[in-house]
Every structure is written in C-alpha cells, then in structure tokens.
Design a protein around this ligand. Structure first.
Ligand code: MG
Length: 157
C-alpha cells in the first residue's frame, strides 16, 4: 500500500466558470489558472502521483506548455491515473477537503465524487469530498481563492 498527499490553491476569477472535480458549479466564482483552474482535480492528481512517487502535476503537465492551455484538468488526472496503472498500482480510495467560504461544497459533493470515481477507476463510495470554511480567517476567509487538500491510497495490481 502507498499513500500520497496533494495540495492545490487557486485565486478566484469571477470571469471564469467554476469547475471543481470536473463539475461546473453555477453562481460561483471561477478559478484563475493556465488550465481550467480545477483545484480539486489538481490536488487529486498530485495525491495519486505522489503515492506512486511519480513526481507532480507541474512536472508532467507544465504550465506554459501550450498543449495544456485551458486544459480539462480531469483529462490531466486521467493521464496521471494511467501513469499510476502503468507503474503497477491501482487507486484504493481518495479523501479530500476543499477549504473555502464559497461555493458550498456539500450540495455538489455527490456529483464530484461520481466524476472523480469514474476517472480514478473506483466506486463513488471510494471517494470522499468534504467542504470546510476557514471561519473568515486568512486568504481563504477573505475569499481570495480556495485550497484543496487530498490524500490517495494505492495498492499493487
Ligand atoms: Mg492548480
């Protein structure tokens, strides 16, 4: 068994659609980024790559590389899962927390779990998605952006 940790943060950009874990969330500010800014997909990508000691998202999909401009980050996660499979591992489960004052994660958590499970080749019951405010403190509390913390467990085969 191998455990991996992923973290990502993005500034809000109200001009963009808000996409988290491949799910578009209406009436919420989007996230600035070279790709689609999907911080959930990015944190999970780093967690699964980290568990297999395969580097990180920036190494495999460098920002600034025109191939990844505006990329669908769930596609990047799919590619990372492919690398993990090639290395002889499969995902057991993923747990993550989105830290933000808004949008509210609870109402969309089920859809995000399903979207992630499909890409990770696991069941939705193997993916946990939690939301947490920062109680108004710090940059998350000032609603400058959001942060995602993720862990992933892999097993051989
Ligand atoms: Mg990112």
């Amino acid at each position: 068994m191998r455990i991996g940790l992923g973290y990502d943060s993005h500034r809000f950009d109200p001009e963009r659609p808000c996409v988290l874990g491949g799910v578009e969330i209406p009436d919420a500010p989007g996230l600035l980024g070279f790709s689609d800014g999907d911080a959930v997909a990015h944190a999970v990508t780093d967690a699964v790559l980290g568990a297999a000691a395969l580097g990180d998202i920036g190494q495999h999909f460098p920002p600034g590389d025109e191939r990844w401009r505006g990329a669908d980050s769930m596609d990047l996660l799919r590619r990372a899962v492919g690398l993990v499979h090639e290395a002889g591992y499969r995902v057991v489960n993923v747990d993550l927390t989105v830290v933000c004052e808004r949008p509210r994660i609870g109402p969309v958590a089920g859809r995000i779990r399903e979207a992630l499970a499909s890409v990770l080749a696991v069941q939705p019951g193997d993916v946990s998605v939690k939301g947490k405010t920062n109680e108004g403190m710090g940059w998350e509390g000032r609603e400058e952006g959001l942060a995602v913390h993720a862990v992933a467990l892999l097993t051989r085969g």
